[in-house]
Design a protein around this ligand. Structure first.
Ligand SMILES: [Zn+2]
Ligand SMILES: [Zn+2]
Length: 451
């Protein structure tokens, strides 16, 4: 069995990996790079001939894991795509939204190849999506391999994939969280019998401060909301539409139930509502906390009227949980922030990762009074609002991933989905703790023998 990294750059980008053994070809994920545009944002499928793949696995419905799936499926016409049912339904909503975003970008930014796929194509390729339950072994079509998916605790439907070929076993973590969030429970991964592991390394460069607790972060968020409410301001929480929005909504509900924040209307944006409908649809049929709890109906702060189109100006004493989480140009949170940041009564609360090149990062690291350019077509605005950051990541800490690897002790470990310094932290740690394990940082297209 051989592994090839089809991601063009080694950082967090268009995740896509190829497994080859004899005539068999299996692809793990088919993402799109969040910061690039056009075909350079897709994986480089070079070593994979058209029509050669026996199966495609999708770990979860985030853009950096599914964004190029229709492009891949066009080249692999008859290949089945294996994933959990929740991931399939979420992927469909996310990819239809991508078509709309790309169509807009074609007009506004003159990216001629956009959209890379159409709504109609998405409806067609769904015929080859096959849903599998977690923790139930199944045959990988036309390969003689067996596979099992395990809950990854990252977003609803997310899974790690275990593949067995003969007496050898490989485990791909996908994006993982070993800690319970509000809705998602902690990952439930196998800890024995794994020869080769492919792991994400997102937070390898981040050390959690001493004394951290998720509860503490929640209470700190509550106090910012209380202060802002008292001052007559509004709170903006930039969030990803899928995963973080739903976690934050339920967290606010908890804080309100606990009497830690006052009653205040909560607004979310368009795609977030569609995704939340799916979270609610699977409320009773997925491994999660609050089984049966329906966010859109059971959260009192969120009245149906408040779910409508979000005005781009903030009303006092309201909370706006708007995507994107990094305040990417042309998104709701970016446009909203432009009219929001110059008001000293307001507060912006970051609850997830912001890429160093993103507008969100600029806001997060700016000082009061700094002029901030949020988008090319918008004049800079002075930062007067309060800005706070909270560690409520949907990714495991580096220590938790390292503990998992040390417990499982694979022969070979492949580091993916992380920046260079993040991967170096893991390399250095395992040199001490498991010196006989081979740690590999796969270059694009480099053939790596797994067994
Ligand atoms: Zn993810
Ligand atoms: Zn990811």
């Amino acid at each position: 069995m051989r592994f090839r990294n089809l991601t063009r750059r080694r950082e967090i980008g268009a995740n896509c990996y190829l497994l080859e053994s004899g005539e068999n070809r299996v692809v793990l994920d088919a993402g799109m790079h969040p910061k690039l545009a056009g075909y350079p944002a897709t994986p480089d499928f070079g070593p994979l001939e058209d029509g050669a793949a026996d199966a495609i696995f999708i770990t979860h419905a985030h853009h950096d894991h599914i964004g190029s799936l229709p492009v891949l499926q066009r080249r692999q016409g008859r290949t089945p795509v294996l994933m959990t049912e929740v991931t399939g339904e979420l992927s469909s909503a996310m990819l239809h939204n991508s078509v709309n975003v790309m169509t807009k970008q074609r007009e506004e930014e003159n990216i001629h190849e956009y959209p890379l796929f159409t709504h109609r194509e998405l409806d067609d390729i769904r015929a080859r999506w096959i849903y599998r339950d977690i923790e139930r072994e199944f045959e990988v079509p036309d390969t003689g391999w067996k596979a099992t998916m395990f809950d990854a605790g990252h977003i609803l439907g997310s899974a790690g994939v275990l593949i067995r070929e003969g007496g050898n076993t490989l485990f791909y973590t996908g994006d993982v969280n070993f800690e319970a969030q509000t809705i998602c429970r902690a990952a439930d991964f196998p800890t024995s019998g794994i020869d080769v592991m492919i792991t994400e390394t997102t937070r390898g460069d981040f050390a959690r401060p001493e004394g951290y607790s998720r509860k503490g972060e929640k209470e700190r968020l509550a106090s910012v909301i209380r202060d802002t409410h008292e001052a007559g301001g509004a709170v903006l929480i930039p969030v990803f539409a899928l995963g973080k929005t739903q976690e934050v909504m339920l967290m606010l509900h908890e804080l309100h139930e606990e009497g830690l924040i006052p009653e205040c209307p909560l607004f979310i944006g368009g795609l977030s509502t569609k995704i939340t409908v799916l979270y609610d649809h699977y409320a009773g049929r997925s491994r999660r906390s609050y089984p049966g709890f329906r966010i859109l109906e059971d959260i009192k702060m969120l009245t149906p009227r408040k779910r409508g189109r979000v005005e781009l100006t903030a009303n006092p004493r309201c909370i706006y949980a708007l995507s994107s989480g990094m305040m990417t140009e042309h998104t709701l949170s970016n446009q909203f922030a432009w009219k929001f940041l110059d008001n000293p009564r307001n507060a912006v609360c970051f609850v997830g990762y912001t890429d160093p090149e993103s507008p969100g990062y600029k806001v997060r690291t700016a000082k009061e009074g700094d002029m901030i350019k949020l988008a090319r077509d918008l004049p800079a605005v002075p930062l007067r609002a309060r800005v706070e950051s909270f560690d409520l990541s949907a990714h495991a800490t580096r220590e938790q991933i390292a503990d998992y690897v040390e417990k499982t002790r694979p022969r070979k470990l492949l580091l993916v989905h992380g920046e260079e310094p993040a991967q170096m932290w893991f390399t250095n740690r395992f040199r001490e703790t498991i010196p006989d394990m081979e740690v590999i940082r796969p270059e694009m297209h480099q053939a790596i023998d797994l067994w």
